[in-house]
Design a protein around this ligand. Structure first.
Ligand SMILES: *Cc1c(COP(=O)(O)O)cnc(C)c1O
Length: 394
């Protein structure tokens, strides 16, 4: 079958975008579980070794299964090219470091995924790269933080774990006007809910461990951007070496096939649960961009199609209330990570305890009673019933 119809929807694309890269009869593309690839002649092999991002040379340089999943994710985000990595942090590290050198400056947020926050705060200064961290809700703060040596504006929206938003289009325009690269962590929203490249952002990064993979069974990351930038990131990452294994790459491809279905269900479940929790007398606050009470709800409606599967809550009373809730839940599991098919719940300090002092946690707004919930694809009524019964014992 040749000649693909135009303007395909997201669910059709995740299934068919890489069809032309599968030249076998297998409906599900086989895994290229090989480290190295043979060439017909030494000259051909040398040519492959000298090319950018070859797929049949050596798997650290690329692999046909990588190529398939990169093609699908680039299409979903509307980018020219993508590069997979062995974790979200592998992707973020390569994407951030590629454009930076000693003496450069980065503008980022006070609220980021905990390891990303540590990268800007503690690691980059070791290489002489400084950062200014700003309140993401204050768009003017981004432009006020720019210095002559600023080379990157890095944002995360919604951010982990407080679900605060950044005005993506405003930051993209700022970057364009000053010729500074803009990069966003789009893990929480996914391309189902938010398309930052279409709002003018230059580079998207993901922890593909989360919604993209979606089944709590792999660790992966991805960078999406222009062909020339991805070639530069590739050049860096064949040295930094955060390379996804072919099997995990194949699992990611498989997980992606249901991305649209899963995230739509997670959007519905999370909104219903957030509304239920917000009305509950034992709940103090619910942070979820889909609620009208979210201080940036209008911005959420402007830049997101759905509000995602993650929220965070604070219960009334002391922090032991959170522990009692978690202990009483029968379906939701107490675990880190997010975005997968099972509902997970975790005290936010669990992710922040190791890398950040109590003072640094407070500065980032992470209170001891804050609990993050990643809503899965269970039936909505069962999920709400589970939280209902668990809150009774709180
Ligand atoms: C989990 C996560 C990361 C890190 O991804 P890993 O796959 O664990 O390396 C980065 N950003 C966000 C928003 C995340 O949730």
């Amino acid at each position: 079958m040749s000649g693909r119809p135009e303007n395909l929807g997201l669910q059709t694309r995740v299934l068919h975008e890489a069809d032309s890269l599968n030249d076998t009869y297998a409906v599900t593309a086989p895994i290229w579980q090989s480290t190295t690839f043979s060439a017909a002649t030494p000259e051909q092999l040398a040519e492959l070794g000298a090319s950018v991002h070859p797929t049949v040379f050596y798997t650290r340089y690329g692999n046909p299964t990588h190529k398939q999943v990169e093609t699908v994710i680039a299409a979903l985000e509307g980018g020219e090219a993508a590069l997979v990595a062995s974790s979200g942090m592998g992707a973020i590290f390569a994407a951030v470091m590629t454009g930076l050198q000693s003496g450069d400056h980065v503008v980022a947020q006070t609220n980021h995924y905990s390891a990303t926050a540590k990268l800007f705060r503690d690691l980059l200064p070791r290489w002489g790269i400084s950062s200014t961290l700003v309140d993401q809700a204050n768009t003017e703060a981004f432009s006020a933080a720019i210095q002559p040596q600023t080379k990157l504006i890095y944002i995360e929206s919604p951010s982990n774990p407080l679900l605060r938003l950044t005005d993506i289009q405003a930051v993209a325009e700022l970057g364009r006007s000053k010729q500074i690269r803009t990069m966003i962590d789009n893990t929480f929203a996914t391309p189902v809910n938010q398309l930052p490249l279409s709002l003018g952002i230059d580079v998207v990064v993901h922890s593909a461990t989360k919604f993209l993979g979606g089944h709590h069974d792999l660790t992966a990351g991805v960078v999406v951007g222009s062909g020339s930038y991805i070639a530069e990131v590739w050049d860096f990452s064949i040295i930094s070496g955060s390379i996804l294994g072919p099997f995990d790459s194949w699992l990611l491809l498989r997980g992606l096939k249901t991305l649209g279905l899963r995230v739509e269900q997670q959007n519905r479940n999370a909104l219903a649960l957030a509304q239920f929790l917000e009305r509950h007398p034992k709940v103090e606050t619910v942070n979820y961009p889909g609620l009208e009470s979210h201080p940036q709800h209008l911005l959420a409606r402007r830049q997101m199609k759905g509000f995602g599967g993650v929220m965070s809550v604070v219960l009334k009373g002391d922090q032991s209330a959170a522990a009692r809730l978690i202990n009483s839940l029968k379906l939701a599991k107490c675990a880190v990570s997010l975005g997968g098919v099972d509902t997970l719940i975790v005290p936010a300090v669990t992710m922040w305890g190791h890398q950040h002092s109590a003072e640094q946690r407070r500065a980032a707004g992470i209170s001891d009673g804050l609990v993050r919930i990643s809503v899965g694809i269970e039936d909505e009524k069962d999920l709400i019933a589970d939280f209902d019964q668990a809150l009774e014992g709180v």
